[in-house]
Write a protein that binds this ligand. Structure first.
Ligand SMILES: Nc1ncnc2c1ncn2[C@@H]1O[C@H](COP(=O)(O)OP(=O)(O)OP(=O)(O)O)[C@@H](O)[C@H]1O
Length: 561
């Protein structure tokens, strides 16, 4: 557990975005007066630790401190509360309320689109949050499903907008010098894409995209590359899905106007969406239906939208948004997008949008170097992008929920062979024999059982490098096969079929012969028979008599025939 300042301890990462990593953390001590929420020791919080690039940028640190009061005072039932800001050495962190629940991006992915009514009501709450922050002069600038957390209780979902001010922090003059600004391709307003001055209307555009995605499951503009997506933001009209009711489509269409001055204010958007939700619901009465159909009249633009100060493109109208390329992931982490300062192409974004790496689905905006309009690479086209860290961050973010790297040493699949290696040392020979490996000490009985040791070859597919070493210690077991010598037993004549029987018979005959001789010589048998002959003589006599009987028997048999 890593401490953050003296008051917090990081416990486990909850997720990673382009601007930092969010951790579940615990409060160690009550925070000082500078915190908006002092908290209690033991309380669980969420802490976003900003990336080192940001933390080491003097402008970001300055801005972080300057905006401290804005971030801390931004409180609304639909905004994740920032409790404290920590600046310590190279570390910048925002301490927030911990929200138990998925973000909207994940929820959509797992549950599919919302009904039009639910989508309207959920977006209305987000619009409420925007209205409050815009009134305070704070523009979110990175509105997207991943930045909406869903707190669930009593079977209801309560959306909370997070990451307020982060885009603005990341968009420091220091980072501008490196030709970057923050945004996410699928949610970037046309004026942001073009580097024109931005206002709170960019959030309304983001809300329109989000609403479209809630009812259809995907954002309106897609393409094989971020470049393509940006072109669509600039010039394509969103296609209306047949499932979207007229009044709701009116709202979406107004939010997605290319001209920011034609988009409704956040407050009017929230009101309009509630009217629509009532009018398209199954229980709507005729008045509600009529009100929903006339929603266009409610969607009045903001007469004085909150400006985005220091917008990268704002100071320099010639700036264009060179997008790189890569096929884009609509919900990829916030992209750090480059912009050129070159005048060329200012009026024609297509002229300055470089395309690079179109095949990478997670890629975000590649850079365009300063002073080289329309070109990438600081030193040449082959140079590595100064964006690669961000690209990697975006990619990491996308992968993290799918691929968890498993240390081979921790992998149970790999541990199994290790256990096999250990067993021979236990060597309780006979008992170990039936299980796989060992058979150690009984090679002759289980010679084939060694084959399973090659279970090892299974892991090799994944853990080719680590697997062999554990296998080696088993090599010495092979010589154990030599004890097969017992096979020499196969030379034992007793194992020749029939031979054992013959031997037994012969042995029995000898025994009988000797026993008979002893009886003949030592007992009164000889006298009883009264032959006076020797043992051998008597035997041959009996033998002749018996063979005579057989001959007679044979002779009488043939005479009969
Ligand atoms: N206050 C919070 N409580 C609980 N989880 C949070 C909180 N804030 C963020 N998270 C989790 O952390 C994840 C990463 O958040 P983060 O804001 O860094 O990423 P992001 O919004 O996807 O990327 P970006 O930095 O581009 O905005 C979120 O998807 C969310 O699941």
């Amino acid at each position: 557990m890593r401490p953050v300042g003296s008051k917090y301890l990081l416990e486990e990462p909850l997720g990673r975005g382009a601007t930092g990593t969010v951790w579940r953390a615990r409060q160690r001590e009550t925070a000082g007066a500078e915190a908006a929420v002092p908290g209690q020791p033991g309380e669980t919080v969420a802490i976003k630790v900003l990336k080192e690039e940001l933390a080491s940028d003097a402008d970001v640190v300055m801005r972080f401190l300057r905006e401290r009061s804005v971030l801390l005072r931004l409180t609304h039932p639909n905004i994740v509360r920032v409790r404290d800001l920590v600046v310590e050495g190279d570390l910048l962190a925002l301490v927030m309320d911990l929200v138990e629940g998925p973000d909207l991006h994940r929820y959509l992915r797992e549950n599919g689109p919302f009904t039009p009514v639910a989508a309207a009501l959920l977006t209305a709450q987000i619009a409420d949050a925007l209205a409050a922050s815009h009134a305070d002069g704070v523009v979110h600038r990175d509105l997207k499903p991943a930045n909406v957390l869903l707190q669930q209780y009593d079977g209801r979902m309560h959306p909370l907008l997070t990451d307020f001010g982060i885009a603005r922090l990341a968009d420091s003059p220091g980072l501008t010098r490196t030709q970057e600004f923050v945004g996410t391709p699928a949610y970037v307003a046309p004026e942001s894409a073009e580097g024109r001055p931005q206002t709170s209307a960019v959030d309304i555009y983001g809300a329109g995209i989000l609403l479209y995605e809630l009812v259809t499951g995907r954002p309106p503009f897609s393409g094989g590359s971020a470049l393509e997506v940006l072109h669509q933001h600039l010039s394509a009209e969103p296609r209306r899905p047949s499932t979207v009711p007229d009044p709701l489509w009116t709202v979406i269409e107004r939010c997605l106007r290319k001209n920011p001055d034609e988009r409704p204010s956040a407050e009017n958007l929230a009101r309009g969406l509630r009217v629509v939700a009532e009018g398209i619901g199954v229980h709507a009465n005729s008045a509600q239906i009529a009100a929903a159909e006339g929603v266009g009249a409610l969607l009045v633009p903001d007469p004085a939208p909150a400006p985005v100060p220091d917008t990268p493109g704002a100071a320099d109208p010639t700036q264009v948004l060179p997008q790189g390329a890569g096929s884009y992931d609509p919900n990829a982490a916030t992209s750090v997008m480059p912009h050129t300062g070159g005048p060329a192409g200012a009026a024609d974004p297509t002229a300055v949008l470089p395309n690079r790496g179109a095949a990478d689905p997670t890629a975000v905006m590649p850079p365009v170097p300063p002073g080289a309009p329309g070109q990438q690479g600081q030193g040449g086209p082959e140079d590595p992008h100064p964006w690669q860290n961000q690209l990697r961050a975006a990619r990491d973010r996308n992968e993290q929920t799918q691929v968890q790297y498993v240390d081979p040493g921790q992998d149970p699949l790999r541990r199994r062979p290790q256990r096999q290696v250990a067993r021979p040392q236990q060597q309780p020979p006979r008992r170990q024999a039936p299980p796989p490996g060992p058979g150690y000490g009984h090679p002759q009985q289980q010679p084939q059982q060694y084959a399973p040791q090659p279970q090892r070859p299974q892991p090799p597919q994944r853990y080719a490098p680590p697997a062999p070493p554990p296998a080696q210690p088993q090599q010495p077991q092979r010589p154990q096969r030599e004890p097969r010598q017992p096979r020499q037993r196969s030379a034992n004549p007793m194992r020749i079929p029939g031979l054992g029987c013959l031997k037994g018979c012969l042995f029995t005959i000898v025994i009988l012969f000797v026993a008979g001789w002893l009886i003949w010589e030592l007992s009164p048998l000889q006298e009883w028979i009264g032959t006076g002959k020797g043992y051998w003589e008597q035997l041959t006599d009996w033998f002749s008599t018996v063979t005579g009987w057989f001959e007679k028997l044979g002779g009488s048999g043939s005479g009969t025939n």
